[in-house]
Write a protein that binds this ligand. Structure first.
Ligand SMILES: Cc1cc2nc3c(=O)[nH]c(=O)nc-3n(C[C@H](O)[C@H](O)[C@H](O)COP(=O)(O)O)c2cc1C
Length: 171
């Protein structure tokens, strides 16, 4: 049995270092409330189940999207592709409707959806669970679109990388 002698600070540093080297797909999670669009860049997103088709997103309570998402009935998960680097960069600018000034945004079932995203999922918010600094929002799929020619935008070691050209196992 390994007894951990790590302090809380050491644990956090090890966690941060480890997560820095976990390659993650980049998403723009969006919602609309009272006509106003909201969105943040996120990597803490996952498919949850196929029956029913559902997704989860983990949103920091301090994020500008959090309060609107608590109120909204729907949200969208836009899977960013390599061609969406401009949107990823722009989403790190100060929050507000201006966040949607870059990229081609459509309205799908009342939610902002990036027309050029690799994939997009519009969800009906069905559940949420607060934990620590974040809330996990669960959404059931209402609409899904995928571009077969797309290559994913991947976040790794504090930067964006292209994994589409990486050799496959056996190549
Ligand atoms: C690559 C990357 C991944 C991120 N992933 C998440 C995430 O999964 N959940 C989250 O709440 N914030 C995440 N953030 C932070 C948000 O994008 C955002 O910067 C922060 O919540 C502040 O947003 P605001 O300016 O809209 O309040 C991520 C940021 C980056 C650069």
């Amino acid at each position: 049995m390994i007894e951990s002698a790590q302090s809380h600070a050491e644990l956090l540093e090890a966690f941060r270092d480890a997560m820095r080297h976990v390659a993650a797909t980049v998403y723009a999670v969006t919602a609309r409330l009272d006509g106003q669009p909201y969105g943040i860049l996120a990597t803490a997103v996952n498919s949850l189940s196929f029956d029913p088709p559902s997704l989860l997103v983990c949103i920091n309570r301090t994020a500008s999207l959090h309060a609107p998402l608590q109120e909204a009935d729907r949200f969208a998960v836009n899977v960013l592709g390599l061609t969406n680097r401009d949107v990823a960069r722009h989403f790190m600018q100060p929050s507000g409707p201006d966040r949607f000034a870059v990229g081609e945004w459509d309205d799908v079932l009342g939610v902002p959806v990036l027309a050029t995203a690799q994939s997009s999922f519009v969800c009906r918010k069905v559940n949420s669970h607060a934990f620590g600094t974040h809330t996990v929002f669960i959404g059931e799929l209402l609409a899904a679109h995928h571009r077969h020619d797309a290559a994913p935008l991947t976040y790794f070691d504090r930067g964006y990388i292209d994994i589409s050209e990486a050799p496959r196992d056996g190549d």
